[in-house]
Design a binder for this molecule. Structure first.
Ligand code: ATP
Ligand code: MN
Length: 482
């Protein structure tokens, strides 16, 4: 018998109308001992199975309940009822596995509403819910669209190491990688840890960014991107930070800052358009969930646009491009700042922007995605290109409503002497990064790139609000279950 997944079946049912087929999935509902709503994860929609219980043995029927796994063979017919186009008249039903209903009712599979917190504690089961299956289908589509965008634009996908020997990437706190027996760590005569005895013969960490390695690849392949897991040991328990997240990092030879901003804008718009076009059903669901969420909030905190509307507006408008200096002026002169509404007052040029400032610019002042550029050199990484004013670097951050920073990037410092001077100022050991320095010695060229946090983009397109709900198994301080 032809096996089909529900998405295929619903998409192309005319050809198989009145034929027998086999479907497999999990029971979402079993009404009146007659109608099974079967879901196999391929799509939001359930397939209706009509069971004429007189044709089946009582024992089998009595074992079917919510969460049961079934294999059903039957005829595809046009549905009598409303709510679905087709249904299957069951001819054969096989129960594939056990379903312990008493234990099930202690989990989120019990058919009732559960809070996001409880769902998170049972992350291994939440794939079975409408909400999380939608979120993870969209996440998959976002990842696919990312690869498609870069592929269409003649980029090469490269894999940079997850275990890195470079201690100086400068993007955040790192996790150490070691195979030392932690109860018996080798020490040298000075009593310091002797890393020459460690697995790699030196101190190693989990990567915080693949950028430095990606830069070396761009110096031969031209246009490259990395897309992989990234780790930060920052103890920041926020709704936008994970200890393990996925980052996309394009790096492009011959690009300047403006090209870099154009690339970031085209890229974000491409992925969002892709999701609008290819995830319509899941987005409809997320859209109504988003609308329900808004209703729970006090009027002043409600989003002005629906989820789908928000996505459509983002791809229509050109992102605002604003220099750091202009942004500081706007912030300093804002009513919020003058009335002391910011937790961190904006009192001078040179301060690092806090997320409350970024969100003010995006959500209140410009009401649009904003690209900030030309930041003070002191608050940005050593590899960012020094501008002619000697005060700022060619950095850029893309800020999104409800999210804050979604992309951070820059044109890179390609001039060896300037790079060396900056590294010295910022206490970065150039000998440790000898291979990075080499790229500035043999045909150095202007180049630029950025990093996008995948989960922040998935937050934006799904309308979810906690980053723990857009990665299957979140890693956060004090939490590494599963
Ligand atoms: P933030 O200021 O929001 O902590 P950052 O400036 O430290 O971010 P970058 O080093 O610029 O981040 O990293 C590039 C992108 O990676 C960010 O714009 C963001 O989308 C994402 N990102 C950074 N840190 C995290 C994290 N801990 N969890 C999830 N995504 C992250
Ligand atoms: Mn950043």
């Amino acid at each position: 018998m032809k096996k089909m997944i529900i998405k295929e079946l619903l998409g192309d049912y005319k050809k198989i109308l009145h034929h027998d087929i086999t479907v497999q999935g999990w029971v979402r509902a079993f009404r009146s001992n007659r109608f099974i709503a079967l879901n196999d994860g391929s799509t939001m929609a359930n397939l209706q199975i009509v069971v004429d219980f007189e044709n089946f043995d009582k024992d089998t029927i009595s074992k079917i309940s919510v969460a049961s796994s079934l294999k059903i063979t039957g005829e595809v017919v046009e549905s009598q009822g409303s709510g679905q186009v087709i249904e299957i008249i069951a001819k054969k039903i096989v129960i594939l596995g056990d379903n312990f209903t008493e234990e099930r009712d202690k989990t989120i599979l019990q058919p009732k509403k559960h809070s996001l917190e409880v769902l998170r504690e049972q992350a291994h089961l939440r794939f079975r819910t409408n909400l999380f299956s939608a979120v993870f289908r969209v996440r998959s589509a976002v990842s696919f669209a990312i690869h498609e965008f870069y592929n269409k634009n003649h980029f090469f996908y490269i894999n940079t190491p997850i275990i890195t020997g470079a201690d100086a990437e400068g993007a955040g706190e790192m996790f150490s990688v070691t195979n030392f027996d932690l109860n018996n760590i080798p020490r040298n005569e000075e009593g310091e840890i002797d890393y020459t005895e460690d697995f790699f013969g030196k101190k190693t960490n989990l990567t915080v960014s693949g950028q430095l390695e990606a830069e070396t690849a761009a110096m031969g392949l031209g246009r490259v991107y990395t897309f992989g897991p990234t780790f930060r040991a920052e103890n920041s328990n926020t709704t936008r930070h994970l200890a393990e997240f996925w980052m996309v990092e394009p790096e492009v030879a011959f690009n300047n800052l403006e090209n870099n901003i154009d690339l970031a804008e085209d890229f974000l718009k491409y992925v969002i358009s892709y999701v609008l076009k290819n995830c319509a059903e899941d987005l409809e669901f997320l859209n109504s969930r988003f609308a329900d969420e808004q209703k729970q909030k006090p009027e002043k905190d409600r989003a002005k646009e629906g989820l789908i509307e928000k996505l459509e507006n983002v791809i229509k408008k050109r992102f605002m491009r604003v220099s750091y200096t202009e942004a500081i002026e706007i912030l300093m002169n804002s009513k919020e700042n003058k009335k002391g509404k910011f937790q961190y007052p904006v009192d001078r040029w040179g301060i690092d922007l806090q997320s409350e400032h970024e969100r003010f610019l995006v959500e209140k002042h410009f009401e649009s995605p904003v690209v900030l550029f030309d930041y003070p050199k002191e608050i940005k990484a050593f590899y960012m290109r020094l501008n002619d004013d000697n005060k700022t670097v060619a950095a850029m951050d893309v800020l999104f409503p409800g999210i804050g920073e979604i992309i951070g990037g820059s044109q890179r410092e390609e001039r060896l002497d300037v790079l060396k001077a900056k590294m010295q100022d910022m206490n970065v050991d150039e000998h440790e990064l000898w291979w990075y320095m080499d790229t500035r010695k043999f045909g150095s060229v202007p180049h630029a790139g950025f990093g996008l946090g995948l989960e922040r983009l998935v937050l934006f397109v799904t309308g979810m609000t906690n980053i723990r709900d857009v990665i299957p198994f979140p890693r956060t301080p004090k939490n590494a279950e599963f």
